[in-house]
Design a protein around this ligand. Structure first.
Ligand code: SF4
Length: 373
């Protein structure tokens, strides 16, 4: 795995500059920087902070370090190389919204980072004391749904980690009913760089894996051609498709396509947390969908019927297609079911679950048809 040093260590300088400003000034700087959430939804970070700061009650900051999207490992790189940047981001966010309590919600499988994170917290202690901030770490138990910001709130409160109805959004009414900012690791790690004047909103981290010789985390500039990125990662075989994690969809590989949110959306997919899995000509797209669907059946939290039962029925259809036992009627039923689940499910997990099948049917339909009787 390629893990080169691509992140600048702020070494508490960014937070030092931010704390010399008023909370309103800090929010303005972050708003003007163009920083958007890097966890998937892409909401403007400064605006989220402003909404929370203006809402009444105790304020909380949560760092979402529950990186569970298949093929995504950029937060792991940040936590292993520049954990102090993340702590600085938490300190700056706390100063901006007036939070005295913050949490890092750490993916259970990343618990080996605990000593590094604790060491970084110790280093940042003087700055935390300056704003009377207490920072605790909560280790998740491995559920994919805990990457969803409202499920994190329930988990920290000690409830079953099921998503909450939105609105109200956490920035207005979150942890214990109080205004809460939930930002992911990469978003918070970028914050100190803004105050050092070296943040570029067009650059983002991308986890690249699949059929490549050199999988790893790459820093990509928006608009860069996917073929150029792949030159660095060295493809194995002939690239056929790009899979954007379990929930981002599948599209044909085109070396000339520029990586932008719009280009990816045009093809029905979603860049979300910056995941690129290269699929070469030796793989069946039907089998890829089967494997992704197995993941969703395992990870559906079970709260709503359309996702809980729909995920299982979808897998049954794909298995039948994969085994050559399905008819065209089954294929049409599968598509119908996917469209239903994508609108009837309660949270983003269920609504995005059918995307890999729907985009596969859009771009690689003949692979499914060939297997149907
Ligand atoms: S859509 Fe799925 S993950 Fe979301 S609440 Fe419903 S069952 Fe749970």
């Amino acid at each position: 795995m390629t893990e080169k040093k691509i992140l600048f260590d702020s070494a508490l300088k960014g937070a030092g500059i931010a704390l010399s400003k008023t909370p309103t000034e800090v929010i303005e700087v972050v708003k003007n920087s163009g920083l958007r959430g890097r966890g998937g939804a892409g909401f403007p970070t400064g605006l989220k902070w402003e909404i929370a700061a203006k809402s009444q009650g105790e304020h909380y900051i949560i760092c979402n370090a529950d990186e569970g999207e298949p093929g995504t490992f950029k937060d792991r790189l940040i936590l292993s190389t520049v954990p102090l940047n993340v702590i600085e981001g938490i300190i700056i966010a706390s100063h901006a919204v007036g939070a005295k309590q913050a949490y890092i919600y750490l993916r259970g499988e990343y618990n080996y980072f605990l000593p590094k994170i604790r060491k970084a917290i110790k280093k940042a202690r003087p700055l935390m004391e300056k704003i009377e901030l207490n920072l605790d770490i909560v280790v998740g138990q491995g559920a994919y749904i805990c990457g969803e910001e409202t499920a994190i709130l329930n988990s920290i409160e000690g409830h079953r980690p099921e998503p909450r109805k939105r609105p109200p959004y956490p920035a207005e009414k979150g942890l214990y009913g109080s205004p809460t900012v939930v930002n992911n690791v990469e978003t918070l790690a970028m914050v100190p760089l803004i105050f050092l004047g070296i943040f570029d909103p067009k650059k983002r981290l991308c986890s690249l894996s699949g059929d490549v010789e050199k999988p790893g985390v790459f820093e990509i500039l928006e608009g860069k051609q996917i073929g150029k990125i792949l030159e660095e990662a060295k493809p194995i075989g002939i690239p056929k498709a790009i899979c954007f994690g379990a929930s981002g969809g599948i599209m044909p590989y085109d070396p000339c396509m520029e990586i932008t949110e719009e280009n990816i959306k045009e093809r029905g997919c979603f860049f979300g947390s910056g995941t690129i899995i290269i699929v070469n000509h030796t793989h069946s797209i039907v089998e890829l969908c089967e494997s992704i669907q197995k993941f969703f059946v395992h990870e559906s939290c079970g709260y709503c019927m359309s996702c809980r039962e729909g995920s299982k029925r979808m897998l049954e259809y794909i298995k039948r297609i994969s085994a050559g036992k399905a008819t065209m009627k089954d294929l049409n039923k599968l598509e119908e079911l996917c469209n239903f689940v994508s609108v009837a499910s309660f949270c983003a997990l269920g609504r995005s679950m059918p995307l890999h099948i729907l985009t596969a049917l859009r771009h690689f339909r003949e692979e499914f048809v060939r297997k149907c009787r």
